[in-house]
Design a protein around this ligand. Structure first.
Ligand SMILES: Cc1cc2nc3c(=O)[nH]c(=O)nc-3n(C[C@H](O)[C@H](O)[C@H](O)COP(=O)(O)OP(=O)(O)OC[C@H]3O[C@@H](n4cnc5c(N)ncnc54)[C@H](O)[C@@H]3O)c2cc1C
Length: 485
């Protein structure tokens, strides 16, 4: 199994990642990316240690692989898969949104029903299976860019002029497709092995040039990642920014400068009908979002523990108002945990025999995520109150003899010393107020699509209003106007 050291070494592969107007020489050593690269390396080391029970025998490759990539074919295998995802999430307290298990789930789903990709004579279904085997064998870290750039949300790419704003096929050659254009975002892209590209937003028949699906190594010629402003370099120390300094997962705008996509890496070729279907006709969408909710629950439990500890440290945990807030926070966390339990309990095999967590419950939690996360952050803000400002500027103030005396004496609680108190409140600030914390609020609200889309396209659709309507009709038909009053 791949180790952390092997992963870090593999990143020095000539990839084109831009930061502050220049190409990053080696992301594994750059201050913007190195800290979170080490975190990802830690995940690989954890999985490589057999005592952590992250491995299984993958029949597709006839050897060991990471459970997070497995196709669950029984309730027990689904449970084992979920536990492995949870163990990885525990390593990062849920702060790595797109760890390698996210796209691992997508391709497990695609490969489990690769026939959906089949076009006679084109071999796309085998390309999907082969890429899945590649992921299994190499424990690949795949990032994805599935949303067009924000150019116009009222129209689609074919009406955006002759330029390829959204990535599309310029021409084809014997070797494959030549693609040009851009995609909105690839979280983790600068640190991944591979980029999966497709378009999950609906396209029109005239958009066929943009209806493509493929995967290429990040270090592919012509593939450029323009990284957003990183937050880790501004983190003065791990003590001051305990989350930013470890989990600043990069997001990058993606540019395709006439990139050659070899035929064996093409999954959908200019086919408006097929380009979105695999997410919904295979278990990919529920599997990847089940992973996302397992991670989300881990993160929420962590935030809840911080809120509760702050209440203890400030001795507000006895005030009815604070206890009520902590109760509400607990209820919000439990709503996600309950959805996970329900999704696993109600999991059922699909036609290919893959055990699929029940979409209905996953989409229930996702439908409220855009409200759940901001509400939890708001509760932590209210509980932490001005305490996140009653802090020295950095750890340097605590070390310097000029300032440490006053800090030790005054910035403490009746039950907690200065160091532990400041440590806790700095952590709270990294959750609610740092740039990293702000990015996480944006992430949780939008990573699966806007709340409006999630509610209408997923939660509404899978809730089962039709069955409820029939029950309602049956109830309503059981009585009528009285003959007399
Ligand atoms: C931190 C972060 C990381 C991301 N990582 C990735 C990644 O790794 N890969 C990737 O492909 N994408 C990624 N994304 C992009 C993400 O998928 C998109 O943000 C998401 O799909 C929503 O698209 P949009 O931002 O263009 O917003 P839009 O969909 O354009 O929505 C914008 C606003 O319009 C509203 N709106 C839209 N449609 C409707 C409607 N029908 N009714 C009412 N209101 C509506 C929305 O509620 C929202 O307020 C990431 C985004 C963020 C913030």
């Amino acid at each position: 199994m791949r180790t952390g050291a092997e992963y870090l070494a593999s990143l020095n592969d000539g990839r084109t990642v831009y930061l502050d107007g220049a190409v990053v020489e080696n992301v594994a050593e750059h201050p913007a990316f190195a800290p979170v690269a080490r975190t990802v390396a830690g995940l690989y080391d954890y999985a490589a240690d057999p005592s952590n029970q992250m491995q299984y025998h993958a029949e597709e490759i006839g050897g060991p692989a990471n459970l997070v990539y497995s196709i669950p074919r029984s309730p027990e295998q689904l449970a084992a898969r979920g536990q492995a995802i949870a163990r990885w999430a525990q390593q990062t307290k849920g702060w790595l949104g797109r760890s390698p298990d996210h796209l691992g789930a997508t391709f497990a789903g695609f490969a489990s029903n690769a026939g959906v990709f089949e076009v006679p004579g084109r071999g796309f279904d085998e390309n999907v299976r082969s890429f899945y085997r590649h992921i299994l064998k190499n424990s690949s870290y795949v990032s994805y860019a599935v949303i067009p750039p924000q150019y116009s949300r009222a129209s689609t790419a074919s009406s955006w002029g002759e330029d390829f704003i959204q990535v599309g096929v310029v021409r084809e050659t014997e070797e494959g497709l030549i693609v040009r254009g851009s995609q909105m975002l690839a979280t983790g892209g600068p640190l991944a092995d591979e980029l999966f590209v497709t378009c999950i937003k609906p396209l029109k028949p005239e958009d066929s040039a943009f209806a493509i699906s493929f995967a290429v190594p990040i270090a592919t010629e012509g593939l450029k990642l323009i990284a957003r402003r990183p937050y880790a370099p501004a983190a003065t120390s791990e003590f001051d920014y305990p989350l930013t300094s470890r989990y600043d997962e990069p997001d990058a705008f993606v540019v395709f400068d006439d990139v050659l996509v070899p035929w064996e890496r093409v999954f959908v070729d200019r086919d408006v009908q097929r380009v979105r279907e695999p997410f919904f006709r295979t278990p990919a969408h529920p599997l990847m979002n089940w992973q996302a909710q397992i991670r989300f629950a881990e993160k929420l439990r962590f935030i809840a523990s911080v809120a509760h500890r702050i209440a203890e440290v400030n001795e507000t945990d006895q005030s009815p108002g604070t206890v009520e807030k902590l109760g509400e926070l607990a209820a919000l966390v439990l709503s996600v945990e309950s959805a996970l339990c329900a999704a696993e309990y109600a999991a059922a095999p699909d036609e290919q025999g893959t055990y699929v967590p029940a979409r209905r419950y996953i989409y229930g939690a996702m439908g409220l995520q855009g409200e759940t996360y901001p509400r939890i952050i708001q509760i932590l803000r209210e509980i932490a109150s001005g305490g996140v400002m009653q802090l020295p500027s950095s750890a340097a103030d605590m070390i310097s003899p000029t300032t440490s005396g006053d800090i030790d004496r005054y910035i403490r609680s009746r039950n907690t010393g200065s160091l532990d108190r400041i440590k806790l409140f700095r952590l709270a600030w990294d959750i609610i107020g740092s740039e990293f914390g702000g990015r996480h609020q944006q992430y949780e609200i939008f990573y699966a699509g806007s709340s409006a889309l999630v509610k209408s396209a997923y939660t509404y659709r899978d809730f089962g209003y039709e069955a409820l309507g029939e029950e309602l009709d049956s109830f309503l038909s059981g009585y009528d106007l009285p003959e007399t009053l």
